[in-house]
Design a protein around this ligand. Structure first.
Ligand SMILES: Nc1ncnc2c1ncn2[C@@H]1O[C@H](COP(=O)(O)OP(=O)(O)OP(=O)(O)O)[C@@H](O)[C@H]1O
Ligand SMILES: [Mg+2]
Length: 389
């Protein structure tokens, strides 16, 4: 058989050229995961013609990968270096992978009662210890920025006492209720700015006070997870209520949360609360994706001077202390507040604004950190600990 491929249709020179291309591809590594693109199953449909024309598909780990262009040029360059290659035709695609190992960050096995939301690859909790630091603002702009990168995104508002998400996303309609063939009812989430959204604010009269106890909260979260037709999503962003209470625990017990983004302002009192939130997530074994520092400073339009209204450096310190990463920093900008009030997030209404760019970079970093987590269950914070970043 030597000299011919298994099908007997290609001469040996062809085979060895294809082999050489595969070997070259193995030299292209993900700089953070430290594995090559072949091992990460990022190469598909590789064909090499008799005259040395190579075509292949490069399947990124997330559509929001900040290293997209680097991968493309590294892969192209590696193939072009192979002697006998005449041209390279590369098609770029992205497929968000879930951790097929189950939940290794939760001790290798899924806790009893935890079942994933069908079709949802990753659940991202946006949380903080303290109220009013900008969780909902960060959650909304994370969702819109991920969608802008081409990801399929949902946004779940678990703040049942103060549901701001419908206002921030400009949703006034109610979710439709449909029945399955066997009579089960489920919600069809309204779509705003390309994102499927579910919130208690769509179901209740906003002027009526809501007095609920833990078990009822638990059942709302249960319904939001399992009785909403989320469809296929790459990321479901979950806006959490302030504090470290029942909702956080319910969510952790119900669905496999990929990780949490902790939002803080730079000031000490907010940081103390984030420490509490960190301890809570640690207890329920939800990894921390990173720290987002909001209201970092204010810079008037007509000046270069930055005013550090809530202090300076808090997010960075916290990230260092907990051996995680500062994944975003957002200044105080009037259009951010206006965007929230008028239902058009700044990332949608002013995508070129520097703060929208900062939200975009943050979303890409979050997506990358999740891709790292999913590649064989590596906790990205361990990479920080062992100094690989
Ligand atoms: N970077 C920012 N620049 C300007 N305004 C901001 C910024 N971040 C948040 N805000 C505004 O601050 C207020 C509080 O923000 P947000 O509702 O997002 O906080 P939260 O942490 O979700 O609050 P809660 O704890 O009540 O859920 C909102 O009016 C929002 O528009
Ligand atoms: Mg909020």
């Amino acid at each position: 058989m030597t000299g011919w491929s298994a099908g007997g249709s290609f001469p040996s020179t062809m085979n060895s050229l294809e082999n050489a291309v595969w070997s070259a591809l193995k030299s292209v590594q993900d700089p953070e995961i430290k594995r090559d693109v072949v091992a990460l199953e990022m190469i598909e449909n590789l064909t090499v013609s008799g005259s040395g024309d190579v075509s292949l598909k490069l399947v990124l780990l997330t559509p929001a990968d900040p290293l997209k262009e680097q991968f493309r040029s590294d892969v192209e360059a590696a193939i072009k270096k192979v002697s006998g290659v005449r041209s390279v035709r590369l098609e770029l695609e992205a497929r968000v992978r879930t951790a097929n190992r189950g939940l290794s960050h939760q001790g290798g096995a899924r806790a009893p009662g935890v079942s994933s939301i069908q079709g949802v690859a990753h659940i991202i909790a946006v949380s903080s210890g303290k109220g009013g630091v900008g969780k909902s603002t960060v959650a909304v702009n994370l969702a819109t920025s991920l969608a802008r990168e081409g990801a399929r995104v949902g946004l779940m508002d678990t703040d049942v006492y103060g549901p701001n998400i419908p206002t921030m996303m400009g949703i006034t309609e109610q979710p439709k209720i449909e029945k399955t063939a066997d009579g089960k009812e489920f919600f069809i989430p309204p779509i705003a700015h390309g994102i499927k959204v579910m919130s208690m604010g769509m179901l209740i009269d906003p002027d009526q006070p809501l007095v609920w106890r833990g078990p009822m909260l638990h059942s709302v979260i249960q319904q939001f997870c399992h009785q909403v037709q989320w469809g296929n999503l790459d990321y479901l962003v979950v806006d959490m209520p302030p504090g470290t209470g029942d909702v956080q625990l319910s969510l952790a017990q119900m669905v496999p949360v990929t990780g949490a983004v902790l939002v803080t302002t730079p000031q000490e009192v907010s940081l103390q609360d984030v420490r509490k939130a960190y301890a809570m997530f640690d207890k329920v074994k939800i990894p921390i994706i990173g720290i987002a520092e909001n209201m970092s400073y204010f810079q008037p339009d007509d000046s270069d001077k930055k005013y550090y209204i809530f202090g300076q450096g808090g997010g960075k310190l916290l990230a260092q202390k907990f051996k995680t990463e500062l994944v975003g920093q957002f200044p105080i900008v009037m259009q951010v507040r206006e965007g929230g009030d008028y239902g058009r997030p700044i990332t949608v209404s002013h995508p070129e604004h520097p703060v929208s760019q900062a939200f975009g970079a943050f979303a890409r970093r979050v997506a990358r950190r999740i891709a790292i987590m999913s590649a064989e269950g590596i906790d990205p914070n361990q990479l920080v600990q062992i100094g690989k970043f």
